[in-house]
Design a protein around this ligand. Structure first.
Ligand code: HEC
Ligand code: HEC
Length: 405
């Protein structure tokens, strides 16, 4: 008799809302989750270009339009902003090449914004007294969660949606606002490139996290490093309202965050498509010849055996997130650097989610606080903190396996 009787399926069906769980190899309940391509295509535009009306914050409150108008493209690239080469007309590309268009002239920044070519920044340029003037500016999800492939030059190339931008220094950018106090500027300036504290403006604590990728999340039903939401939508609403300053509302009784911006909700209706787009983006495969395949095979054995990694990094996404979260005492990334408070303690769950590992080669540094600069450092951390006693060969094989994911 088969185990997948109707009765035997009931628990699996109940669990389906949390995880794709099957109840037998010969029925259809074990489907991998899928995405709707038309909805995802709508979400792509939202991800790249929608500000949800956050100009109210970036322009009216922070006056970033006045700041940006004084920043030339070379300086903008230095704080990690990226330029979408595909948005540049041939004449502009030629002009940059023959230097007739200057990358050290702030007017070029305004022209790039007019072309909608600055990744994650949307500007409105209008003639004021005959001069092209940046009158409104806002940001999109792509600011932090996109980079470019540098195919034109460093910082200018084709968009890589959902890749974290490791060069972006959001704190340093925000700190340029004339609307902030010195104490606030000190906090923003303390974060550095590739990091952002998405809770500082709510709980006034300072402990930035690494900007994570927004890819490879299909089937992961715990979102953020602490698993605060069971859908991407949850966190997109949080960031859209409380961090970007978009119009809409976010209410979370577990942390006491309750924010409403404006009376015109410009976020809610976009969340399903926005989520679908992110779910449609797989983790990027490792580049050819970027790891030793034989060593990676041996490393997999270490991962599943002596390293005990698979006790938490299990299943197709290499995480047990859909069934449990972990107490900070089990996790090797605390205590936080620079005496920052435990990040988990500031969140809704107070725990950490086992990180999904596909595409891990792409986004150093590792752990929510970036305390491991490389995969070698990750393995060293586990070996010492968990007293694994791995040999040098086991450690290097394990690193090769991590590079292969
Ligand atoms: C200013 C930078 C910034 C912006 C803008 C931003 N994010 Fe994030 N995002 C972060 C940081 C930092 C985290 C990590 C927070 C955590 O895990 O606690 C994060 C987490 C996430 C995650 C969770 C990933 C995971 O592994 O669970 C997703 C998905 C995401 N962001 C998507 C978006 C989308 C969509 C938008 C636009 C609505 C957006 N973000 C805007 C910085 C940003
Ligand atoms: C007790 C459960 C548990 C075990 C065992 C475990 N991990 Fe993890 N792992 C986690 C959690 C939780 C995180 C997220 C920590 C954070 O973000 O600070 C994580 C994060 C990571 C990361 C960083 C991911 C990122 O996106 O930055 C890597 C790489 C990793 N683990 C590899 C391993 C390896 C290799 C082993 C075995 C030596 C292992 N883990 C054992 C729970 C575990």
């Amino acid at each position: 008799m088969k185990s997948s009787t109707i009765l035997g399926c009931v628990p699996a069906l109940v669990l389906m809302s949390l995880a794709p769980v099957g109840c037998g190899s010969d029925d259809n309940s074990a489907k991998t989750p899928t995405v709707d391509p038309a909805l995802a295509a709508m979400g792509k535009d939202i991800f790249r270009f929608d500000t949800f009306g956050d100009e109210t914050f970036w322009t009216d409150t922070l006056h970033m339009n006045d700041v940006i108008a004084t920043v030339d493209p070379t300086k903008a690239l230095m704080v990690g902003l990226k330029v979408d080469a595909e948005a540049l007309p041939a004449a502009v590309v030629a002009g940059v090449m023959d230097k007739s268009i200057s990358l050290t002239d702030p007017k070029t920044t305004i022209a790039l914004l007019q072309l909608n070519a600055v990744v994650g920044v949307k500007g409105t340029v209008e003639k004021v007294n005959g001069v092209d003037t940046l009158t409104r500016v806002g940001i999109t999800c792509a600011l932090c969660h996109s980079t470019v492939d540098d195919s034109f030059t460093k910082g200018i190339g084709k968009r890589l949606d959902a890749f974290p931008n490791p060069d972006l220094n959001p704190g340093a950018i925000i700190a340029l606002s004339p609307a902030l106090t010195t104490a606030q500027k000190d906090v923003y300036n303390s974060w550095g490139p590739g990091k952002y504290d998405p809770r500082y403006n709510q709980d006034m604590k300072n402990g930035p996290t690494v900007i994570p990728p927004a890819y490879g999340l299909l089937g992961v039903n715990r979102i953020t490093v602490t698993g605060d939401g069971d859908k991407i939508e949850y966190w997109n609403r949080y960031v859209g309202v409380t961090q970007m300053g978009g119009h809409g509302n976010f209410n979370e009784p577990r942390t006491g965050v309750n924010v409403t911006n404006g009376t015109d909700d410009m976020i809610s209706s976009k969340l399903p498509a926005l989520q679908e787009y992110q779910l449609s983006i797989p983790a990027p495969a490792p580049p050819a010849n970027s790891f030793d395949a034989a060593a990676a095979d041996r490393g997999k054995m270490v991962f599943e055996g002596a390293g005990k990694c698979a006790t938490c990094h299990s299943g197709p996404n290499l995480t047990d997130a859909n069934s449990k979260l972990h107490d900070p005492s089990e996790v090797v990334s605390e205590p936080e650097p620079n005496d920052a408070p435990s990040y988990a303690s500031r969140t809704a769950t107070k725990k950490y989610r086992t990180a999904p590992l596909h595409g891990i080669w792409q986004h150093p540094p590792y752990f929510h606080n970036g305390t491991a600069a490389t995969l070698d450092a990750v393995v060293e951390t586990y070996d010492s903190r968990k007293s694994l006693g791995l040999t040098a060969d086991q450690k290097s094989d394990l690193v090769q396996y991590l590079k292969s994911l």
